[in-house]
Every structure is written in structure tokens, then in C-alpha cells.
Design a protein around this ligand. Structure first.
Ligand code: ATP
Ligand code: ZN
Length: 286
């Protein structure tokens, strides 16, 4: 029987939509939603399992799944010996310590002897041990941010992205202890037939990610300004330059990194470029 990759994804939560989108962009089709627990791709040798994110590292360690997508926070907290295959760049967040707004903060030492509520006892415990701080960690599985107002703890350690949840609960973020994004995990060893499929998938993921970070740019330029403009457009090899029907003008095509684009666009315009078009790229193969 030919081999099939079993991929564990979060059933429904903050990782789900971006995970489904990633496979879609990689051209891998499968059905999800409507309470499904499992789905087989119609055009790639992959089978998807829909699970709670906390359970994914365990399934990957046990080899029930060959790959999984989780937040780094969950991968580290569960402490399962899995390998990170690739960072995926979405579901970015941080794990931070927060205290009631208005309370004085004089540094982590001020947590000595205090009670801290969190869903991440291992990450927090390791951090405090590294800082030489002794505090009482209260593990709770959800709604950590209400702990101070109900008298359970003087501080919390919770996931933050914008900070609005902390704010609306009267808390202020005082220390970031961990930064996280979604990652692709695998068992520490993969069978060779599975590794071939993982490499195939990774190639597609990297092409999709590269395309997202780059833009295709088309512009018109007077011939006397070409040298200057071409120098501002490094491109994948070098820009394509073709003559326009209008005498003395050329059209220039190139690929630019999104950051380079914003840094260079003023200089490109100042050099005489006109009719600049910036076009999204769907896939980018190096
Ligand atoms: P499950 O029901 O699967 O156990 P959950 O409630 O534990 O889900 P979610 O809130 O869906 O988890 O978060 C999943 C992951 O998304 C987190 O572990 C974290 O890596 C990331 N995450 C959490 N909150 C945010 C946020 N506000 N912005 C971006 N990413 C986040
Ligand atoms: Zn969870």
C-alpha cells in the first residue's frame, strides 16, 4: 500500500482557519467542518485528523499523526519530544505576565511568594526558576484573566496578542516570557516513505510563503533613468527590461520583497518611474 501522511490540525480555534488556508494555497484539497473528525485529501496522499490543539503533540509523538500544526506555546508546554519542521508565520502571540492595572511593578522579583494563575505551568515554572523567583503557580484551564478580580491570584500568565483582553479585565502586561507562532511538528524520526511526502509538502509551503513575502512589480521608465531604477530592483536574477512603443521609454518587470518595496518605492519614483503596478504572486519557486 502506498503511504499516506496523517496530518493533525486543530478542529476549531485560532489555528484552524489559517491551517486550512495554508493547505488550500498548497493545492491540497480536503473537506472540513460539520463535525468531521477525519478527512482524506482528494489530490494529495494525506489524511487529516481534526483534534484539540493540546492533544496534537501527543498524537505526533506516538506516531498516530506524522505531522501536526500547533502553537509553539503548546508544543513547549506539553514537553513532548517532537521536532519542529517549519515555522508557519501565523497565530503569532506571546505569553506574558500581567498584574492589576495601577499595582506597582518593580520587576519579576516582586512575584516572590505571590500566586500566579496560568494555563502554562511548565513554561511559567521554567521561566521563574531561571529568574530565581519562587511563586505559587495555580493552573487553570481557561478564563485566566479573571483570577485577580476573584481573589485567586495577584498575577496571571496568559496568551496575549493585541492586549485588549487584559485591558478589558483591568490588567497590565508587565513581562513577556515566551513568543509563539504556529509551527509544523513531526515525530523525532520519520519513516523514509513519509519523509518523502513531508519534503514534498514543505516545498509547497515554502513556495507559498515566499510568494506572500514578495510582489511582482511592473513600471515604465525613461531610458536615461534605467540604470538607476534597475539598481533599485534586484529581482530574482535581474529585472526584465523591454522597449515601449513610445520612443525613449522602456517597461521594467521585477520581483521585490515587500519590505524592500516600501523602502525603495520613493527612490524609484524620484528616478522617473511611472505607471507602477504592484501585483501579488501566487507561488514562487526558487
Ligand atoms: P482547543 O479547543 O483546540 O483546545 P484552545 O482554546 O486551547 O483550543 P485557541 O484559543 O484556539 O486554543 O488558541 C490556539 C493557539 O492559537 C494558541 O495555543 C496560541 O498559539 C494561538 N493563539 C491564542 N490566542 C491567540 C491570539 N489572540 N492571537 C493569535 N494567536 C493566538
Ligand atoms: Zn487548547
Amino acid at each position: 500500500m502506498s503511504s499516506v501522511l496523517r496530518i493533525a490540525l486543530q478542529k476549531s480555534g485560532r489555528l484552524s482557519e489559517d491551517s486550512y488556508q495554508l493547505f488550500k494555497e498548497c493545492g491540497i484539497r480536503f473537506d472540513y467542518g460539520t463535525g468531521k473528525l477525519k478527512s482524506v485529501s482528494s489530490n494529495f496522499p494525506a489524511e487529516f485528523l481534526f483534534l484539540r490543539d493540546d492533544d496534537i503533540p501527543g498524537y505526533v509523538e506516538d506516531g498516530v499523526a506524522d505531522l501536526g500544526i500547533v502553537g509553539e506555546n503548546v508544543a513547549v508546554e506539553t514537553g513532548r519530544p517532537v521536532q519542529t519542521i517549519h515555522k508557519l508565520g501565523f497565530s503569532k502571540c506571546r505569553l506574558s505576565i500581567a498584574i492589576p492595572r495601577g499595582n506597582e511593578w518593580t520587576g519579576v522579583e516582586s512575584l516572590n511568594g505571590k500566586n500566579i494563575a496560568t494555563s502554562y505551568p511548565n513554561l511559567l515554572g521554567n521561566y521563574l526558576a531561571g529568574q530565581g523567583v519562587q511563586a505559587n503557580i495555580h493552573e487553570i484551564s481557561g478564563s485566566v484573566e479573571i483570577a485577580p478580580s476573584i481573589g485567586l491570584a495577584e498575577a496571571v500568565c496568559d496568551i496575549v496578542s493585541s492586549g485588549s483582553t487584559l485591558m478589558s479585565n483591568g490588567l497590565q502586561e508587565v513581562e513577556t516570557i515566551f513568543r509563539s507562532e504556529a509551527i509544523l511538528i513531526a515525530p523525532s524520526e520519520l519513516a523514509p516513505d513519509k519523509q518523502v511526502l513531508v519534503d514534498k509538502l514543505l516545498f509547497r509551503i515554502k513556495s507559498v510563503q515566499a510568494a506572500k513575502n514578495n510582489k511582482y512589480i511592473v513600471l515604465n521608465a525613461p531610458n536615461h533613468a534605467l540604470d538607476k531604477i534597475v539598481a533599485l530592483l534586484p529581482g530574482m536574477k535581474s529585472p526584465t527590461v523591454t522597449p515601449l512603443a513610445t520612443e525613449g521609454w522602456s517597461s521594467v518587470y521585477s520581483v521585490l520583497n515587500e519590505n524592500e518595496f516600501w523602502e525603495n518605492i520613493e527612490a524609484i519614483r524620484a528616478a522617473g518611474a511611472e505607471g507602477i503596478l504592484v501585483i501579488p504572486i501566487e507561488k514562487m519557486i526558487y
